[in-house]
Ligand binder design. Structure first.
Ligand SMILES: [Zn+2]
Length: 63
């Protein structure tokens, strides 16, 4: 099953090693995606996508 060595980024879906991103609730966000989210403006077309991905993570936890 899952161990702590590899994580799939909940945003881009890429597999990243421990230390290449941050663990959140029940998911994982890689550093490039985290940086992208931080600099993404609410008016940016990508913003709704990030919010959608984040919601999926939180909903998973509350399910
Ligand atoms: Zn990513």
């Amino acid at each position: 099953m899952n161990d702590n060595r590899d994580h799939y980024c909940n945003i881009c879906g890429e597999m990243k090693a421990e230390g290449e991103g941050i663990r959140i609730i029940s998911g994982f966000i890689c550093i490039p995606c985290e940086m992208e989210m931080v600099k993404t403006d609410v008016k940016d077309a990508k913003y709704p996508f990030f919010i959608h991905q984040m919601k999926a993570i939180f909903m998973e936890k509350n399910a």
